[in-house]
Ligand binder design. Structure first.
Ligand code: SF4
Length: 64
């Protein structure tokens, strides 16, 4: 899924997870929150600065 750049760094981060609710809404979840309490499970968007940001791998971009 192509995420809007309006959400900030999460749009291009390898740790982002996109969750779809039963009503069709989308939520952005940070995968790092599972193992690191410094990160919020549901980050406040847009995320403009983040210690955990890592760009997506080329393969991930092609699959989405
Ligand atoms: S590590 Fe930061 S930029 Fe990456 S998904 Fe989590 S909150 Fe977003």
């Amino acid at each position: 899924m192509q995420l809007s750049p309006d959400i900030g760094l999460c749009a291009a981060c390898r740790h982002v997870k996109v969750i779809q609710s039963a009503r069709g809404s989308f939520f952005i979840m940070c995968g790092l929150a599972k193992t690191d309490p410094r990160f919020s499970k549901y980050p406040v968007l847009p995320v403009l600065r983040c210690l955990g940001y890592e760009p997506q791998l080329e393969e991930q971009n092609q699959q989405q």
